[in-house]
Structure formats: C-alpha cells, structure tokens
Design a protein around this ligand. Structure first.
Ligand code: URP
Ligand code: ZN
Ligand code: ZN
Length: 464
C-alpha cells in the first residue's frame, strides 16, 4: 500500500514504546506504523525524534482584558507561534465580555479563529457568573457541542466566584459530564496584602509576587479540592507554582478526590527575582500565580519527575511590554495592581521542557510526550489526537535533539515584543511540525495556509 506521506528513520515516540519504525500517513491520519513503507512523499528524518504534536491546553488568545487593554496575539499570530514551537493543537479559553452571554462569546471566538489558524483549536469556557442562563442553558448547550471543560477563578475582581457559586458550577459539571478547571488563589487575602503594600508605598512590579505568596495559593488549592470533594466531581488545578499547593493536591488524592494537576515553564525556570529587575522591567514577568524561588522550582521538578503532574501547559497570556495597551497600561507604573497579568510562552513551552527535562535527564521521552500531548488529549477528550498511533490524526513534530541555541525574541513568532526567556539556552528544538499530514513549520519558519480547524471534544476522561 502506498501512502500520501511516509516519515522514515526517525526515533518514534509512541504510547508505551519507542522504535525506529516508518510512519505512514494518508488523508490526514496515521494509517501504518511499520518497516519499508512506500509513499508519494518521503520525509527522511534520520537523527530526529518523532513526537506527537504538542497540545497546549492552557492558552489565552484575544481575550478581553479590560478597557484599553489588548492581548498581543490574535488567532493568526498565536497559532503561528504555536506551530513554530512544535504544537498542533491549542486550547484557548472563551471569556464573555461584560453583559455578553457565554454562547455569544463562543460564537465571537469561533468567528475570530475561523480561517486564521495554523494549528487546530479547541475551546474551553470561562464561567464568571453563576446566573441561571449560564448554568441552566449556556453550559449544557456548549458542553453538548463539545466544549467539555471550563475554568473558574478564585481570584481577579470581576471574574472570581464565591465558594457557593463554584459548588453550583461543579454541580453542572457533574450533571453534564464536564471537567472543572480551577485557578486557585485567595482573592480576599491578595486584596488585604495588596492594600497594605500600596499604603506602605510598595508599588513596584515585584510586589505583585510579594502580595500573592505561597499560602494564598495553598489555601485556595485546599478549598478547591475540598469543594470538589463535596460536589463529588473531579477537577483540574491549573498552573500549580509551588510544593505546598502540590501537597494539598496529594492530600486530596489520598482522600480519594480525583484531582488533576497542571504546571508551566515559568514555575521551573523563573523566580520572583525576575519581577525585581530595575525600574518597570519586572512587569514583563508579572503573571499569576507568580514565579517563586529556586526551592519551589525544585518542588515542582520533584512533582514532574514523580508523576504528580498530569499536564505541562504554557498559560500563554501575552501583552506587549512597551505599549500602553499592554504591560505599560495607565496606572501600571504607579502600582503593580494595574499591570496586566500574563506572559507569552506558547512557542517556548516545549523547547524549555525538552531541554530542561529530557536533555538534562530528569524525564524520559515518553514522559515528555505524555506531559505535552498525550495526557492533554486523554484528559480533555480530544479523541483523535495526542499520540503517534494508527487511526490518530497525523499531528507530528520532528525534534532535533542536539540543536542548541538560546531563546531570543528575534526568532519567535508571537505578537508580544519580548520573551521572558531572552537568552535562555536550549538544547533540542522542533524542526518540523505536521498538522493532519501537512507541514505547518519547517526549520523554525511557519509554512502554508492556515488550515487549522476547531475540534469538538468528547467527554473528558475523568468526567462523571
Ligand atoms: O497571569 C496569568 N496567568 N494570566 C492569565 C490568566 C490566568 O489566570 O490564567
Ligand atoms: Zn489562571
Ligand atoms: Zn491562564
């Protein structure tokens, strides 16, 4: 049998095994894994590693961010950067604007994305109001359409839900078979510390980190897992930044609560000292939860190496630095409170974990594939994605494990005007990204037309 495309001589990372088989692809799917396959087009991948295309299940793209504030990426630039960083699917959040229904927000996001994406896209929802229309109509309808996961916030004015509201939302997740994701930070505690810092004149960017200390996240993580226990639902704690929060997750798991956990590159490579750089520079690293210290980095690594984390995502949330619609927003230099939260990272997530994790011998290739693709697909119900296996979409990324170069803004493709990892040395780069059989990145440059599709999802694996 001849294939449309055959990838030859790569080291192929499949679930549970690594071999040097050929990968046969036709009609956008992996049809054969074997020897001496024939194809109309051949990619000679000698010396390269074939991995499942990255799935980044935590990104923010063109999300409303307050009056006068704009995210640095639209769907074209975010997915171009994603593809160049070895990803084939990204999962952004749909956040309704003030007064907009969740269903109207989804329609708007869909039309913003349509025809512009270089990777596939699958939306999560953000539930910022537990009103009867959202809970009784919009959520059930959207879950039925394949948006089977949603995020709730315990922080941010205007977004946070009360415990009672979180329980109501979890109850819908239980009835409708969806997965709740939680941003766990205690807003009242942050507000108390923020007010105190401002009253003392402590307004520089580093006070963003100092007013969101570890106990703020630890307490909220404990509360979120307890609410899930009470509601009888599984949950995903996103962007876990420290060992104490991870211990709360471990304790909840020991009680029998199904808690999934996510961490991100910022928590293994950055620290709060980055926010303490001279002048306003530290604003580049303002994100929530904030990066911690070397000791917490070690705790997060221990969690990754020990299997405590299910997924490794970017939490890409890009704002331009030298821009009054970005980090330099009105009032941002007067107080850290006004600095838009979030950092760009959609293109650097995979190279950072490959270099720091695989190349430095902390995790295996199999664990890398699981943390960056396979587990995301399984957990969020992306049935055709996340693995090099017969029948799956031919979403494949070829890695050159020995290519060494630093991360620089110059070589990235996002809409932000900086990277938090400027100069960070990386060994191992994706050199070709293949989406459903079509090459969308080659040698670091985007390629071809934006053929990315919206992917409806099935029931998340952990959903009731
Ligand atoms: O600072 C961050 N992480 N901004 C993005 C929104 C969120 O909380 O994930
Ligand atoms: Zn969050
Ligand atoms: Zn986020």
């Amino acid at each position: 049998m001849s294939h449309e495309l055959v990838i030859k001589r790569a080291q192929v990372v499949c679930p549970g095994s690594i071999s040097n088989c050929d990968i046969g692809i036709s009609a956008g799917r992996i049809t054969t894994l074997g020897e001496n396959l024939e194809g109309r087009e051949i990619i000679d991948a000698e010396g390269l590693i074939a991995m499942p295309g990255g799935i980044d299940s935590h990104v923010h793209i063109a999300q409303p961010s307050g009056p006068g504030i704009e995210m640095a990426d639209d769907f074209a630039s975010a997915t171009r950067a994603a593809a160049c960083g070895g990803n084939t699917t990204v999962m952004p959040f749909c956040l309704p604007e003030e007064g907009q229904t969740l269903r109207a927000a989804v329609s708007e996001y869909m039309s913003n994305a349509e025809g512009r994406c270089l990777t596939d896209v699958s939306f999560h929802l953000i539930v910022k109001s537990a009103d009867p229309v959202t809970l009784g109509q919009d959520l059930p309808a959207l879950i039925a359409q394949g948006m089977t996961s949603f995020k709730v916030f315990m922080t941010y004015q205007g977004l946070r839900l009360t415990d009672a509201e979180i329980l109501q939302v979890m109850d819908v997740a239980r009835d409708q078979g969806a997965l709740t994701m939680v941003h766990a930070e205690n807003e009242d505690a942050i507000e108390f510390l923020r007010d105190k810092a401002e009253r003392s004149g402590n307004t520089a960017p580093v006070y963003h980190a100092r007013t969101r200390p570890v106990p703020v996240e630890r307490e909220a993580t404990h509360r979120a897992t307890t609410l899930a226990e009470i509601a009888g639902v599984p949950l995903m704690i996103v962007h876990v930044s420290n060992g104490a929060a991870l211990d709360e997750i471990r304790r909840a798991r020991a009680r029998g609560v199904r808690v999934l956990a996510e961490t991100c590159p910022q928590y293994i490579t950055l620290t709060a000292d980055d926010l303490d750089r001279a002048g306003f520079e530290g604003a580049k690293w303002v994100c929530s939860p904030p990066p911690r210290d070397n000791c917490e980095q070690a705790n997060i690594w221990a969690g990754i190496e020990g299997g405590a984390f299910d997924v490794f995502s970017s939490d890409h949330c890009p704002f331009r630095f030298a821009d009054s619609s970005g980090k330099d927003a009105p009032g941002a230099r007067a107080s850290f409170r006004n600095i838009p939260n979030g950092i760009p990272g959609i293109e650097t997530r995979l190279p950072i974990l490959f270099s720091e994790g695989v190349v430095k011998g902390r995790i295996s290739l199999g664990t890398f594939a699981a943390l960056t693709a396979t587990n995301h697909a399984r957990i969020y119900g992306l049935e055709n994605k996340g693995a090099i296996a017969v029948g799956k979409d031919a979403d494949i990324v070829l890695w050159d494990p020995s290519r060494t170069s630093p991360i620089t803004q110059e070589r990235l493709h996002h809409g932000a005007d900086y990277t938090p990892w400027e100069g960070f040395e990386v060994t191992g780069w994706p050199v070709r990204t293949i989406l459903r059989g079509q090459t969308v990145m080659r040698d670091g440059a985007p390629l071809g037309q934006p053929t990315g599709l919206h992917v409806a999802r099935g029931k998340p694996e952990a959903a009731p």
